[in-house]
Ligand binder design. Structure first.
Ligand SMILES: NC(=O)c1ccc[n+]([C@@H]2O[C@H](COP(=O)([O-])OP(=O)(O)OC[C@H]3O[C@@H](n4cnc5c(N)ncnc54)[C@H](OP(=O)(O)O)[C@@H]3O)[C@@H](O)[C@H]2O)c1
Length: 281
């Protein structure tokens, strides 16, 4: 049995779909099973940090989100180990790197959980992806409403990675031998700016979309509704540093999965419906 935390997340849901398709027993954890919309073949269980033992009965492997590890990751990992889990694959972040700002809140969150995993006595694999292609979903409400996208740093460059490429790597790390103690840095295959991503979404939709740059000092919760206010400043610093920068690009996805990482244009085609008016939540 493989336990997947964050099973309704971008990566978690893609991983559950893959494990189900491969006929593997999966327990999909979510805080709200009624709204989860997970496949019937998965055992869907309510995630509760206060009673972790029930989450892991009969399981041998765990896919872990830092958010699910919570304030006391050691306790969750101990419960997993005591129930029989042997290997944990952690969705960490490329922000954990040589010379990184160790005070950045995203660094602190992931470094804390990585340490707890290393100390847990479980076998582990760390996935450290860079920017997700799904970050572009932040523009979906604007694209459903019109042809102009207001956003910060039109020229910020990243190598966005498809959530299903991360899920494919996670599947390999959970089910194939040889990933214990491995740290996999994961990127998409090409550098692209924010403005280029908006244009690529437009091509997928058959529309011409324009990126209108907003000065970062004017960026507030309207542009970043899901970012906790305390995190916005450090996030804007990260975006500013990406303007004109050369992002890390590697071939780890292909090495592990046998298929090249998918481009942002491919991702935009896969997600066309997310940007169409009929998909508004
Ligand atoms: N976005 C990026 O560019 C980027 C880059 C590198 C690393 N990361 C890391 O990747 C992760 C985000 O991945 P994603 O986009 O797949 O996630 P996502 O779509 O935001 O979903 C996260 C899932 O985790 C669950 N979750 C959230 N808070 C939780 C909590 N307190 N306890 C238990 N479960 C919780 C939620 O499930 P339920 O609501 O169903 O419980 C949710 O579906 C984060 O850890 C982020 O730091 C992101």
């Amino acid at each position: 049995m493989i336990v997947v935390t964050g099973a309704t997340g971008n990566v978690g849901r893609a991983l559950v779909d893959r494990l189900v398709a491969a006929g593997r027993p999966v327990r999909a954890l979510t805080r709200d099973p009624r709204r989860a919309g997970l496949p019937a073949e998965a055992e869907v269980v309510r995630f509760r940090q206060d009673d972790p033992a029930v989450l892991f009965t009969g399981a041998t492997r765990l896919f872990l989100y830092a958010q699910a590890a919570g304030e006391r990751p050691g306790e969750l990992l101990r419960a997993a180990r005591e129930a029989g889990v042997r290997h944990v694959v952690l969705l960490s972040s490329a922000i954990i790197a040589e010379g990184a700002d160790e005070t950045h809140p995203i660094h602190v969150m992931h470094a804390t959980v990585e340490k707890a995993v290393r100390d847990s006595g479980l076998e582990w694999t760390f996935l450290r992806p860079g920017g997700f292609a799904t970050n572009a979903l932040q523009w979906a409400p604007q694209i459903r409403a019109g042809d102009t996208v207001r956003g910060v740093f039109a020229g910020a460059r990243s190598a966005p990675i498809h959530e299903d490429d991360m899920a494919a790597v996670a599947e390999g790390a959970l089910t194939d031998p040889g990933h214990a103690g491995a740290v996999h840095r994961l990127t998409g295959p090409q550098a692209t700016t924010n403005a280029e991503q908006v244009a690529a979404i437009g091509r997928a939709l058959g529309r011409e979309l324009t990126f209108e740059e907003v000065p970062p000092e004017e960026a507030g919760p309207d542009l970043f509704p899901h970012v906790p206010p305390g995190m916005l400043e450090s996030l804007l610093r990260t975006f500013r540093a990406a303007v004109g920068a050369t992002p890390e690009i590697n071939d780890t996805v292909e090495k592990i999965t046998g298929a090249p990482a998918r481009t942002f244009a491919h991702w935009a085609e896969d997600h066309r419906t997310d940007f169409q008016p009929s998909s508004a939540p």
